[in-house]
Design a protein around this ligand. Sequence first.
Ligand code: ADP
Ligand code: G6P
Length: 726
Amino acid sequence: MQRLLIVSNRLPITIQEKRGELHIEPSVGGLATGLRSWYKSSPSIWIGWAGIGRKKIKKEKDIMSRLLAENCHPVPLSQPDVEAHYYGMCNRTIWPLFHYFPLYTEYSDDFWQAYERVNMAFANVVAGIAKPNDIIWIHDYQLMLLPRILREKLPKATVGFFLHIPFPSFETFRLLPWRQQILEGLLGADLIGFHTYDYTGHFMDSVHRLLGYEVAMGQITADDRLVKADAFPMGINYEQYSNVDQDLQVQAERKRFRRKLGDCRVILSVDRLDYTKGITQRLEAFSLFLDRNPNFKRRVILVLLVVPSRTRVEHYMQLKKQVDGLVGEINGKYGTIGWMPVWYLYRSLPFHPLAALYTLADVALVTPLRDGMNLVAKEYTATRVDGKGVLILSETAGAAQELGEAIIINPNNQEEIAQALVKALEMPEQEQIERNRVMNKRLHRFDVVRWANEFTEKLLSTKKLQREMEEKALTYEMQRKLTGDFQHSDKTLLLLDYDGTLVPFSAKPAEAIPGDRLLRLLGKLAKNHKTEVVIISGRTKNTLEGWFGDLDVGLVAEHGVWIKEKGGGWETIETLTSDWKKEVHPILESWVDRTPGSFIEEKEFSLVWHYRKANPRLGELRARELINNLSSTVASLNLQLLEGNKVVEVKNAGINKGRAALKWISREKWDFILALGDDWTDEDTFKALPSTAWSIKVRFGTSAARFSLSSPSEATSLLRKLVRGR
Ligand code: ADP
Ligand code: G6P
């Protein structure tokens, strides 16, 4: 089994100094609580900050050995770096911005420099521990530069990254002065995971818009690497929570709580004290609920369990005061002798009393304004073994995408929360059982083990794919072999795609004109008496004629509709009609209307919808919709749909580049064939080749081609070698 190195800012245990003495305590927050129960089940090491400065750790040998006994390796950080990294860049900049609190966000160069230094310090520790076969799994927003630094230090390492908080929309992310460095930092990983598809989409969007990389179907083609991004909603240790009812310690704690709570119904609220959790709004909604429903007075208690968090950050200090004030206000306003509406606990509870509160609560009120996932909602639901109990959950928590049977509310709508409380407290038992049954089934199947396994499996499969592509890369030695073969052959055929192969893509097709240097190169190749050059393109015959008409080359236009032999005229491959266009054109027009930036290109026997300039996510979505929409029309009119690079093309069935290429392939006894192509439409050419041919895909990606080159400039430099003979 491969060793796993978990890397997160915080270790699962934190050292705290209390009255001059150091104590080890479990760390709070979903990342630590979620992963803690799982990481020991595999051979793993956890690398992170221990919560105190490096001088203190060094002095306390005992603490160090206790950390190592837990497989935890502390990263030594100086106090000033902790101040500017953890209390600065992490929790005054990234945390508020990524949770859509731009007004709380501070931008400081000092914070940023500390962020770089701390990520580097982590990289030094990880690189010192990592062995070649390890899986390195980096967690969360405090370490977004680490994947790239590690990639530079350990180019072959298997590196995954998981973000436990939301990835904001492009409009919000772009506000960050260091947005580019953050994205490049993340792209050092092989796989980047998020809690939801929305966050994944936001990330892909930003990568495309800010770095210009091609993104499609969860895959990013960075300069020379393929990186994957996907959604992996984090689960909990389901066994542990679903069995708490049986636990004697939990039963004892529950009795103790019950004695104090009397026979009041219990509404439970559990979070770190964080402004993203919507605690003040929740209290106000509870107050409104009591106001509107006097019949519930003296019959319900809100247990407000709040863990101290980031207490030195100003907005957290202010929040503490606000919560204290609101609790006092509500208790003062509605409380009576013998009934305190809000029970306020400001501390971290050990597992057993926390679980006892979960099992006791009639309602869990989980109303964050924004939350990457929210494990509290899942933990509460998992304890509902008898099926009773109601979860009220905010639509802006990642967990809402999996727990749709909860009462879903908008956390800013206090009226709605107050009504949800009534609904929850009055919900018939059978309905509660039915809702919890469905949610529990899901939580059981998608627990934390499955989450971690799915992530690591996908990470390993991404690595495998990268390796296969690397193996396909046309190395320097292979290029020498190829040029040698070419030199020693008497009849050579070059089948060359144009866009994306000989020239890079431009936003508008008309702008991708061949330069003089490329024309000279093609001219020289074509002049060689033993060589036949054919340009096989999706372009119109007029365009190809205009660009290459003076060269002594064969041409194929519109993906195989038109063929022109060297020195001959244009012919269609078979008799074709274009009557169908009047039916298809209006459909494409309506897609142009619905997709800003897209447009239609009309060719003699085909229609093409281009969406390269459209918003990438919208473009992909609309392309899928268009393909679905056209499928029946296409079948009835004997047409076919081709999906190229950011294009959907409709044309007569049975026409493709492979069929056109066969005209040349089958005509002579070639002793050397080279085919270059970059996209889906070139796959037909590759498939039509004899097995001895040199087939090269000019881009990363799966392909029937035997080899790959990474860019058009590499492709043209290979062709130059053929001209030079070396
Ligand atoms: P976040 O990661 O933002 O803190 P989550 O809801 O995902 O939010 O995770 C919170 C974790 O902390 C849960 O596992 C929960 O059990 C734990 N937790 C929250 N409040 C307390 C508390 N007062 N005492 C102990 N554990 C707590
Ligand atoms: C959230 C974050 C974690 C963080 C935790 C506790 O869960 O996603 O990365 O560790 O909160 O916050 P803290 O600042 O105490 O580490």
